[in-house]
Design a binder for this molecule. Structure first.
Ligand code: DC
Length: 231
């Protein structure tokens, strides 16, 4: 069976990573969470005093980009690859609302994008990859055989994110999560470099009213049809 590249883009908290992980498991593909890579750079900037509520030292971050090494390591127990920054597992640290609050500013820096896109293209070279993000179908893999664009209402997405954070034990307020979702939507769609847009040939999936099973079956059907077309 031929292996394809599956690009999944969409707004934050639309369940991209959930469906991407399901597909990777089912198909035996590699899953790459590119949002985790932008979060890792953001975490580095926070740890090194380069970004705060009042200041973002973009030049220093660009200068230090060569000190930032991001890698993934498959965790058998979890069933997906966790992200490492300079050999430190930072999977948990990058999922906080604080990192979410800064990440869109960091992701708007062209030099950061250039470095991460290059690494993402290398990781997907061999095909058999499911990659999720904001620019996968438009910039990273414009020739991907299957492109999905996930959407859901902002309120639905904020509720999902809020539940996730509460489950992890984080103290958050729903309105702050909704505010972050709306702010990131705006920044991610309005930045100059690689803004979030639906690729012309992407298939849109609004999952506001779909159960996880319904969504997975729908997407799996699309994958099977695409693989058949490629053979
Ligand atoms: O998918 P996520 O919420 O973990 O992504 C975090 C941020 O990273 C998101 O707000 C925008 C940015 N991002 C991006 O600009 N390009 C990507 N390919 C993936 C994420």
């Amino acid at each position: 069976m031929s292996k394809i590249t599956i690009a999944i883009d969409g707004y934050s908290s639309t369940g991209k990573s959930t469906v991407a992980k399901q597909l990777a498991k089912q198909l035996g593909y590699v899953y790459v969470d590119t949002g985790a890579m932008y979060r890792a750079v953001t975490y580095y900037a926070m740890q090194n005093g380069l970004i705060s509520e009042t200041d973002f030292n973009k030049e220093a971050l660009i200068y230090q980009l060569n000190k930032i090494n991001i890698s993934f390591e498959f965790n058998d127990g979890l069933g997906f690859a966790e992200v490492y920054l300079n050999n430190e597992n930072i999977e948990k640290q990058i999922r906080t609302l604080e990192v979410s609050g800064f990440v869109s500013q960091v992701a708007a820096v062209s030099e950061v994008r250039q470095k991460l896109v290059e690494q993402q293209q290398q990781m997907g070279e061999a095909r058999g990859v499911v990659m999720d993000g904001r620019d996968i179908g438009t910039v990273v893999f414009p020739k991907a055989e299957l492109k999905l664009f996930m959407t859901a209402s902002a309120e639905t997405r904020a509720e999902r994110r809020y539940n996730e954070l509460i489950e992890r034990g984080d103290q958050v307020v729903y309105n702050d999560v909704l505010k972050n979702v709306l702010e990131r939507d705006y920044l991610d769609t309005h930045r100059k470099d690689s803004p979030l847009i639906k690729a012309e040939d992407a298939i849109e999936i609004d999952n506001s009213k779909l159960s996880l099973d319904e969504q997975f079956n729908k997407v799996l059907q699309l994958v099977k049809m695409t693989i058949e077309d490629c053979e």
